[in-house]
Design a binder for this molecule. Structure first.
Ligand code: FAD
Ligand code: NAD
Length: 479
């Protein structure tokens, strides 16, 4: 499991690509004095994605759920270098990365080009670049949808939703165009789609109704899901409960409806009928939010195309049980950019990050012992002692084991669902699964997420946001 000394130095260079759940979990848990640590990511902050669906409506302010990479790095014992750039090429043969500065700022333009390209050497590389929204190549999705993956997505949704309201207000009541503008279509009944649809309906009922009751009564949220149910990873009882709550809220559920094409003003879906025939329906929208899961990033496709062992890696990088890239001896990968038996969740990426941090610490000790053995002149008893330690350390890296804690999702009107796993999963297999939904679960959901936030500052900010909403409601400004 050891790499050759690419740099020839005793202390190796570890480059971490990404600043998401996986990458930041490594950074938070690694003894950074053991490596020259370099973090590369086009996003200079960590984003707490579980609360992102609360941002477009203003339930949560976006600053409350981000943490700068440099703040996380500053708390670590060793020096960490951060580069705000995107990795555009990984040369796994020569251990070299190509980085592109994505800012397009005046400083970059002063070099005469819109982008600045540099190369970076590594001894070990961790790929934690996540995934991108999946459009499945469906025509019109990219041009007409908002996604909900990053902060700018949330800001775009907010602006477009408010634009629709303001324009519709000028149009005659009962006109088809007014109805279209006041309809939000959310495609994808996974947790992202469900949580966003629920947040939006809460906002319409709780806040827009106060300021603009006429418009609130006309605003409509439609959730389109290809499968027969939403939240398919939950058990049947929770699915039924969720669908009941969403319908009670007034959200229109279109299940068994596969979107095939998107136009500027309409979504075209095929609905399977009871007789098995497909019925085509056109759903007009003012705002379209596309939440159909994860697709593979170009950098991941590019890397897998160069390594023969990755030729079947169509849905993400293939790694061994120690998160090492198949076909490599010094590249690791984790999180949503990999394809493993575990789901693409923050929970998995975070645990993989914790695991890799401790594996990399062992690796640093192994490398150091090898350095003593092969690059320094030791002999006799001292050499045997080092060899024994090396043997012990090499055995210390155990395969990664995922501990599933369960799934939580907000479903609207201060209710949440939870499919939780309790205690040791090898015992009492069916006894330690708890499936609950309701208001109590909502408070559990809140407290669980507050605890998971990266810093005390974020915990305080999120709590204050919730208190502010409870006392004053959410505002209806465009920003
Ligand atoms: P990410 O967190 O996406 O991070 C990827 C990082 O790589 C980013 O910093 C990005 O800027 C960077 N990057 C991208 N391209 C490059 C490049 N070329 N070079 C360098 N860096 C690059 N999971 C849960 O378990 N519970 C939840 O409640 C939950 N809620 C969610 C809500 C929403 C709205 C979304 C979208 C996801 C949610 N998830 C949740 C899923 C969870 O966010 C992901 O599984 C998790 O973010 C994966 O972590 P990651 O580190 O692999 O990728
Ligand atoms: P997802 O993959 O979980 O769900 C996407 C949904 O879109 C699926 O149900 C799929 O059937 C549907 N779909 C796909 N193509 C469609 C089409 N053409 N027309 C209609 N429906 C279509 O995606 P997600 O909700 O973005 O979640 C991504 C990952 O993040 C998952 O692993 C999820 O568990 C995790 N996540 C977790 C939480 C949470 O735990 N609360 C919240 C958000 C995301």
């Amino acid at each position: 499991q050891t790499a050759t000394h690419a740099s020839g130095n005793r202390k190796k260079t570890l480059v971490i690509l990404g600043s998401g759940w996986g990458a930041i979990s490594i950074l938070k848990n690694l003894d950074t004095t053991l490596y020259n640590v370099v973090v590369v990511s086009p996003r200079n902050y960590f984003l707490f994605t579980p609360l992102l669906p609360s941002c477009p409506t203003g339930t949560i302010e976006y600053r409350s759920i981000i943490e700068p990479v440099r703040t996380v790095a500053k708390r670590r014992p060793g020096e960490v270098t951060y580069y705000e750039a995107e990795a555009t090429d990984i040369d796994a043969t020569n251990n070299k990365l190509t980085l592109k500065q994505t800012l397009g700022s005046d400083a970059v333009k002063a070099h005469g080009e819109d982008t600045l390209t540099v190369t970076l050497d590594y001894d070990y590389l961790v790929v934690g670049v996540g995934a991108q929204p999946n459009t499945f190549g469906i025509p019109g999705v990219l041009e007409n949808s908002c996604f909900l993956k990053e902060l700018p997505d949330s800001q775009k949704i907010r602006k477009q939703f408010m634009d629709c309201i303001e324009t519709a207000t000028l149009l005659p009541k009962g006109s088809a165009e007014r109805a279209r503008l006041l309809r939000t279509v959310v495609v994808g009944g996974g947790p992202t789609g469900v949580e966003f649809a629920a947040e939006l309906q809460d906002y319409i009922d709780g806040d827009i109704r106060k300021w603009n009751p006429e418009i609130a009564a006309e605003l409509k949220v439609t959730l389109v899901e290809a499968l027969p149910n939403v939240l398919n990873m939950m058990n049947k009882k929770l699915i039924d409960y969720t669908e009941g709550v969403l319908r009670d809220l007034g959200i229109e559920l279109m299940t068994g409806a596969m979107v095939k094409k998107v136009d500027e003003n309409e979504v075209h879906a095929a609905i399977k009928q009871e007789n098995g025939e497909l019925k085509l329906v056109d759903v007009p929208y003012g705002l379209l939010v596309w939440a159909t899961g994860n697709g593979t990033r170009d950098i991941v496709k590019n890397l897998s195309s160069k390594i023969p062992e990755q030729k079947n890696a169509t849905r993400g990088l293939l790694v061994n049980e120690c998160m090492m890239l198949q076909g490599s001896k010094n590249i690791f990968a984790l999180g949503d950019c990999t394809f493993t038996k575990n789901p693409p969740t923050a929970q998995v990426a975070q645990q993989e990050g914790q695991y890799l941090a401790s594996a990399l610490e062992v690796l640093a000790r192994v490398d150091d012992l090898e350095y003593q053995l092969y690059s320094t002149e030791i002999a006799g008893i001292e050499k045997e002692r080092v060899q024994r330690r090396l043997h012990r350390e090499q055995k210390a890296i155990q395969p990664f084991k995922y501990q599933h804690m369960g799934v939580l999702a907000y479903i609207g009107s201060e209710r949440a669902v939870a499919d939780l796993v309790w205690g040791d999963q090898s015992f009492f297999k069916n006894l330690n699964n708890i499936s609950v939904g309701g208001t109590f679960t909502f408070f559990f959901w809140k407290s669980a997420y507050v605890q998971m936030l990266l810093s005390t500052k974020n915990q305080v900010l999120v709590t204050v946001d919730w208190i502010k909403v409870a006392l004053f409601g959410r505002d209806v400004s465009k920003e």
